[in-house]
Unconditional design. Structure first.
Length: 304
């Protein structure tokens, strides 16, 4: 598995040589988290079931370091019919029970990776993890963890439910299915740009955000040809390094983003389209939170 840290370092060096380089000047808003706060969740985060179970014994023994994301786990929605082989295949929807109830793939199991580890009888199956399409780094980490814990065949559906639906595949549930490119909040954009296998592209409308997104690249225009040119150069320069998703930071409308998605079917797309001021305002608030946490008591771990 390619080291994503090496990938990120090499790609950052290439930014100065490709297209319009991102500004390198110091900024009032940090593009990366202070070392003192690594492992602390962003403001507004609420404890999840996995957090509670993962930290249940944290006072008795130090937590084990989690493995890095395993991009070799990725499978395309088009590969789903061909996965059945020696092992029966099970889709595992890792979203919340509420989201699962609203819309899901018929026959999928709603469970978190922690819950899967308590089901050893599933080790004889091919497990395909599917999320919403956002925050997919966690899916690739979970895949690596499950493999290390005795589940021999684990995959990640690249692009999650959003891409499954975007390719016209069937779902069941009580709610209408969203077919738009998934939209990110400011916090979600910040988190996505920390993942070395993602590619963040900033359109001219949001060029003012380049200093705040240290791993992003500037697009000359919001067009399929401009995006494809960056993807092709990345492929050549990084020797086909895995790509998890492309995040477009732009003022593109839903129709424009759908057209881009249709023109680039091999790439999971995510979008941030809020005004520049909205991102800056939320990141300033996040920076204030980090500063306060650095000076004061840290957020306690999630408990029962």
């Amino acid at each position: 598995m390619m080291c994503l840290r090496t990938l990120r370092t090499g790609w950052t060096v290439l930014l100065t040589l490709m297209l319009i380089p991102a500004a390198q000047a110091d900024s009032e808003i940090g593009g990366t988290m202070p070392d003192a706060l690594k492992g602390i969740h962003p403001s507004g985060y609420s404890c999840q079931r996995d957090d509670i179970q993962r930290n249940a014994k944290s006072t008795a023994a130090p937590a084990q370091e989690r493995p890095g994301p395993d991009l070799s786990c990725a499978v395309e929605p088009s590969q789903w019919p061909g996965l059945a082989g020696k092992r029966p295949v099970l889709m595992v929807d890792t979203r919340s029970p509420q989201a699962f109830e609203a819309t899901h793939v018929d026959g999928a199991l709603n469970a978190t990776p922690v819950q899967l580890r308590a089901k050893p009888y599933l080790r004889d199956r091919t497990l395909v993890l599917m999320g919403s399409g956002r925050g997919e780094q966690e899916q690739y980490v979970a895949c690596a963890e499950l493999k290390a814990q005795g589940f021999p065949d684990v995959r990640v559906l690249r692009g999650g439910l959003a891409r499954w639906v975007g390719q016209g595949r069937a779902v069941v549930g009580r709610s209408a299915v969203e077919t738009d490119v998934p939209r990110l909040s400011a916090t979600e954009l910040w988190l996505e740009q920390q993942f070395g296998a993602n590619l963040v592209l900033v359109a001219p409308s949001h060029a003012a955000l380049l200093p705040q997104l240290p791993y992003a690249m500037a697009l000359k225009s919001l067009s399929a040809s401009a995006v494809q040119a960056v993807l092709e150069r990345r492929r050549k320069e990084l020797k086909n390094a895995p790509l998890a998703a492309v995040i477009l930071v732009s003022d593109g409308s839903g129709e424009a983003l759908q057209a881009l998605g249709a023109a680039l079917p091999a790439v999971p797309l995510l979008s941030y389209s809020e005004p520049v001021d909205s991102y800056l305002r939320e990141m300033r608030q996040q920076q204030l939170t980090w500063n306060a946490q650095t000076r004061g008591p840290k957020q306690p771990p999630c408990r029962r």
